[in-house]
Design a protein. Structure first.
Length: 256
């Protein structure tokens, strides 16, 4: 087996190589002034099973093309099979048509990788549970939830005053699994509304009870500031509701 690491994630690449007890090779990647890329594999991989790591960089579209070029180079260089370790699939959130006239970008990306010659793919906690079904090749779905549970235990939590939070309703299944790993720690979710014209997202409420300590767990963090504000607003509303209820009780007691 030949393992190609990712220059953008050298620490992870070397860690995987150490676990597999294999040497870590890196593709020779040239980026020309106009942004075009050239992939050159320096190792002899004829009749070898190739595994490569590919992590998302700053340019998502360039990442998709670069990954497909690596796959194509492996197949053209005589690799028996090509397995991609791709923790996060680009365009994972675009798994269906939201409005008439739109594409389904995730299907397009999957088709590009498969057409380039990918034999098998490993990814971590896919954004959509139907992603494995969208592939024609062998898929291995890994989960990092146990690592999150381990980290939360390491940080320490008071079950009465802590909650794990999903930034959207779609993550409730993931939160339920994590909750079971943490002695049924309560979980909550932010209800969001998306403007499909502008792409802007706004919080419309909270499903569940927000407590003093919140462990926010998600596969993609883009609007963390909005998430934080939604949780703070929920706490303020709960506080105002409690004060209002207490005042009402006090007024009734005065009348009595």
């Amino acid at each position: 087996m030949i393992f190609f690491g990712d220059q953008n994630s050298k620490d992870l690449s070397e860690s995987i190589g150490k676990k597999l007890n294999v040497k870590v090779h890196y593709p020779d990647i040239t980026v020309f002034p106009d942004g075009e890329r050239r992939i050159h594999l320096l190792e002899n991989i004829v009749d070898e099973h190739v595994v490569f790591l590919s992590t998302v960089g700053t340019s998502l579209d360039s990442y998709v093309l670069e990954t497909s070029f690596i796959i194509d180079a492996c197949k053209r260089s005589g690799a028996t099979s090509v397995t991609g370790v791709i923790p996060y699939m680009p365009y994972s959130r675009a798994d269906h048509v939201f409005r008439d006239g739109e594409a389904v970008p995730l299907e397009v990306v999957i088709h590009i990788l498969e057409s380039a010659g990918l034999s098998k793919i490993l990814f971590v906690d896919p954004h959509t549970i139907k992603m494995p079904e969208m592939f024609q090749i062998e898929v291995k779905n890994l989960s990092a939830l146990s690592l999150f549970a381990e980290k939360i235990r390491e940080l320490g939590f008071d079950k009465e005053n802590s909650v794990i939070v999903s930034p959207d309703m779609g993550g409730l299944r993931r939160m339920q699994q994590l909750s079971e790993m943490l002695d049924n720690l309560p979980f909550a979710s932010v209800e969001k509304e998306r403007d499909y014209e502008t792409g802007e997202i706004a919080s419309s409420g909270i499903h569940g009870e927000i407590k003093d300590t919140c462990f926010i767990v998600d596969d993609i963090f883009i609007l963390l500031e909005n998430m934080k504000n939604a949780l703070l607003e929920s706490r303020v509303r709960n506080y105002e509701s409690t004060v209002s209820d207490n005042n009402s009780v006090a007024e009734r007691n005065k009348k009595i």
